[in-house]
Write a protein that binds this ligand. Structure first.
Ligand code: NAD
Length: 423
């Protein structure tokens, strides 16, 4: 099953549970706009290389499109459609005024020089510039893109559409170029706030909980550092080449230093007093909290039977397939779905956009305070829906989001009926 079919299946489950109208089902079924672009870059070798890219706006009923740009050799239209669809749901779950979008370029950026990377970014933005904009569609970083690349995005857009608001065309920029304080750790922070709200509800605490993390990049390593500071014990971590397990616990900060110095967590296992494990081993580890912070489709029907964690937190997008999700729920596992758990990143992106439009610079404290409030509200809204329909948290998030999208549709419709616009 393709990633987009997974998205559609999850939407259908929620739509059936809440008895969603036929109109909204149809609207959610396919993206509003798919742009495929083909452009060329001049390689340092003198060769010309053709590159394919996409920008997809899944739904903009609630506001401008919002979603990252991914540079990856396996990017395809189906993946970008799925990621754009998840953004529509995510922005509605946290109730920020955006729709869902995503961009992707089929390239391995690790094979490009800095000059080639800048050229690639500028060519891609030049070709998609007519459909993006501060009030149309606002990109951000995703896999293998970063703040420096987002600065090039803003600058290239400015060349085509000069305006005082050009910085608001993209978020995740560097701090000296309109980026927001608190954006670096926002995805992890947002997830931890959701967990905190859950523990407050069930009367438990972080103290002594064992954690394992698959994926030790930006999202994963920030999350375990924060959880460790709250009293959790890190017992396993992996990156793309495997990792380390030490049931006595090891330090997340030291693990990151060693990973960088030695070129991978598995190579640091002995120094962390542990043993080498694979990415399959970590999924099967007996722990209180399993953080999935790597890629899509990690927990599937063929390996879900090995999972022993009681709580799964999805920092990555789409790490659990719909079939595996149903089995986990049947086994009593609590899953915090990606569309809620990793939403802190897009929420602080929204704060960056607000700051850019207002030409303001907020303090770290202000950003942090707003993020806590927003994530706890999203948890409470989702939990209420879960109780109302006696359903799992993923289904509850999708129901919550679809309700808000339906409301935006109805408002647009009634405005049109009164002659304010065309539907
Ligand atoms: P990153 O590139 O910084 O880190 C990814 C990590 O996953 C790396 O440690 C890499 O070695 C590891 N990895 C890759 N393949 C793996 C595999 N097969 N098994 C185990 N580990 C593997 O990326 P990131 O920004 O931390 O993003 C991770 C996930 O979180 C992605 O799915 C991304 O879409 C999602 N996400 C990130 C943010 C954010 O703000 N960073 C926001 C929302 C969602």
């Amino acid at each position: 099953m393709s990633l987009y079919e997974n998205t559609q299946k999850t939407i259908k489950k929620a739509a059936d549970t809440m008895k969603l109208s036929k109109e909204i089902r149809q609207i959610m079924d396919e993206p509003e706009r798919i742009l495929e672009v083909n452009f060329h870059i001049h390689r340092d070798s003198g060769e010309i290389q053709m590159v394919r890219g996409f920008r997809i706006q899944h739904n903009t009923l609630r506001g401008p499109g919002k979603g990252g740009i991914r540079y990856h050799p396996q990017v395809d239209m189906g993946e970008v459609k799925a990621l754009a669809g998840w953004m529509t749901i995510k922005c509605a779950v946290v109730d920020i005024p955006y729709g869902g979008a995503k961009g992707g370029v089929e390239i391995d950026p690790r094979e490009l020089s800095e000059g080639e990377l800048e050229q690639l970014t500028r060519e891609y933005i030049a070709t998609i510039a007519p459909i993006i904009g501060p009030r149309k569609d606002v990109p951000a970083p995703d896999v293998y893109t970063n703040g420096k690349i987002m600065n090039w995005v803003a600058d290239e857009y400015r060349k085509h559409y000069p305006s005082d608001d050009y910085l608001a065309v993209v978020t995740g920029k560097t701090l000296d170029n309109g980026g927001s304080l608190g954006r670096d750790s926002a995805t992890a922070d947002g997830g931890v706030h959701v967990l905190e709200a859950y523990f407050e509800k069930i009367g438990e605490s972080f103290e002594g909980k064992t954690i394992a993390v698959q994926g030790f990049g930006n999202a994963g390593n920030h999350a375990v550092r924060i959880l460790q500071s709250k009293g959790c014990k890190l017992i396993a971590a992996t990156d793309s080449k495997g990792g380390v397990k030490n049931l006595a616990g090891f330090d997340a900060v030291k693990a990151l230093e060693l990973k960088e110095a030695k070129g991978g967590l598995a190579k640091a296992a002995a120094d962390l007093g542990g043993e080498v494990i694979t990415n399959d081993d970590i999924l099967a580890l007996d722990c209180d909290i399993l953080l999935l912070a790597a890629l899509e489709n990690q927990v599937r029907e063929d390996n879900v039977g090995t999972v022993k964690a009681k709580l799964i937190c999805e920092l990555a997008n789409g790490p659990t397939t719909p079939e595996a999700h149903e089995k986990l729920v049947a086994n009593g596992v609590i899953i915090f779905p990606d569309v809620l758990f990793n939403s802190g990143g897009v929420t602080v992106s929204f704060y960056e956009w607000e700051q850019n439009l207002a030409h303001e610079k907020w303090t770290k404290e202000k950003v942090a305070e707003k993020l806590v409030k927003s994530q706890k509200q999203a948890f409470a809204d989702m939990d209420k829906v879960a109780n109302e329909f006696k359903t799992d948290y993923r289904n509850a998030c999708y129901i919550l989001a679809l309700r808000r999208i339906e409301q935006a549709f109805n408002e647009k419709h009634s405005a049109a009926a009164h002659g304010f616009g065309k539907v």
